[in-house]
Design a protein around this ligand. Structure first.
Ligand code: GLA
Length: 406
């Protein structure tokens, strides 16, 4: 039964200390960790300054770290059994490349922000599946960022204000060093989420509210399905969508699509469509992209209102509407995500949708607890019918943000 094959919630900090000592012949100064995330709703809205509603996963990236006396950043990934070494002075846009960019990039960004940081040795391990759209990259950035903050006395974990500074550094690592033009929701989730709560984040003002999200009390489960379909944010399509959202706002004379009043959406879409059909090529595409973004921001508000009322039927409907919008208007879904969503709905889920950037990655489904294992089995069977490789389904609860573990 696929549903039983849950990934462990997090690698043990104590065993990582041992690994560090056997690799480096000296003890680590401590162990830090940060979670992956699933976004409940509010997809492709963060980079327009919109609203999002992620939870932190129980799956975490754990980092055992120690300061070095020089400027070398040496990171060993226990998951990949690979070690990367780079002098801090050589870290920058495009360098070192690959997964080490996410770790070394944070030290670079903190230095750029005026903090005095030097080299570190780090050993990392993770239970956040890589390439599953569950923000393994943000978990890595934020685990290393938490460690560096403590190792160099930056106090960036002290409170939410300080954490926002660390979020900004982690975003720069991802945007500028790793070269993925992502919007910041993932790093905010990894550093601000609270156990048992979803993070209602206004990406424009930075304001947050912690919305109780404890499905167990309501006999429900949030089932994540990692489709295992290839998913890369850096491959261009994510950025193409982001630019389309910017172009749409520009044509409307607005700073971002966040400024479109949902009640005046039809008018805005008419403006985007142009007065004489056909005279502005590509307008239909902008209409659909803008419609997704504006309606999705409104769905986040509606989901929060429904959660406050414990109205999970409505939450489920909003999930499914969001999926349809992402599939048809924003065009970021794929056959594997659609099948996981349709199968979950057919099995009686209250709602289901793709989560994250799309083009592969994971879906989520809100299902009655007693139906979770069967739903996961049906999804696996549906994939097998098509000859696709097996997906991986597991139930998640809302975990906590980045912290020092030892
Ligand atoms: C990825 C990005 C986020 C966000 C989502 C889509 O996960 O990293 O910043 O844009 O896609 O909501």
């Amino acid at each position: 039964m696929t549903h039983d094959a849950l990934p462990s919630t997090a690698p043990s900090p104590a065993s990582l200390l041992d690994t560090f000592e056997s690799l480096h012949g000296r003890p680590a100064d401590g162990v830090w960790s940060a979670p992956g995330r699933v976004n409940l709703i509010g997809e492709h809205t963060d980079y327009v300054g919109g609203l999002v509603l992620p939870i932190a996963l129980p799956q975490r990236t754990v980092a055992a770290c120690a300061r070095r006396g020089d400027d070398l950043v040496r990171v060993h990934s226990a998951t990949l059994d690979q070690t990367a070494e780079i002098a801090l002075g050589e870290v920058g846009p495009g360098s070192p490349g690959g997964w080490p960019s996410y770790a070394a990039g944070v030290l670079w960004a903190l230095r750029e922000a005026g903090h005095e940081v030097g080299g570190i040795d780090a050993v990392i391990d993770s239970s956040v599946p890589v390439g599953a759209g569950l923000s393994s990259s943000a978990a890595l950035e934020c685990a290393v960022g938490a460690a560096v903050s403590d190792l160099f006395d930056l106090a960036l974990l002290a409170d939410d204000t300080a954490r926002r500074e660390l979020i900004a550094a982690c975003i720069r690592a991802e945007n500028d060093v790793a070269g993925a033009a992502t919007g910041g929701m993932d790093q905010s989730a990894a550093l601000l989420c609270r156990p048992g709560h979803a993070l209602y984040l206004d990406c424009r003002s930075g304001e947050v509210e912690h919305i109780p999200f404890d499905l167990e009390d309501h006999g429900l489960v949030l089932l994540v399905t990692d489709t295992r379909a290839a998913h890369t944010l850096a491959d261009g399509q994510y950025e193409v969508r982001r630019r389309a959202a910017e172009r749409a706002a520009e044509r409307l004379g607005l700073a971002t699509l966040r400024d479109v009043d949902p009640h005046a959406l039809d008018e805005a879409l008419e403006t985007l469509a142009g007065d004489s059909p056909g005279d502005r090529p590509g307008n239909d595409e902008l209409v659909r992209r803008a419609r997704h973004v504006v309606t999705e921001i409104d769905r986040v508000r509606a989901t929060v209102a429904a959660l406050r009322e414990d109205d999970f039927d409505t939450v489920g409907e909003l999930f499914t509407t969001s999926h349809v919008s992402l599939r048809d208007d924003f065009e970021v879904s794929c056959a594997e995500l659609d099948l996981a969503v349709e199968t979950a709905l057919g099995a009686g889920a209250l709602g289901a949708r793709m989560t994250g950037g799309g083009f592969g990655g994971s879906s989520i489904a809100l299902v009655p607890a007693e139906a979770a294992a069967h739903t996961a089995d049906l999804i696996t069977a549906a994939y097998a019918d098509r000859g696709w490789s097996a997906p991986h389904s597991f139930a998640v609860t809302a975990g906590g943000a980045a912290r020092r573990d030892l």
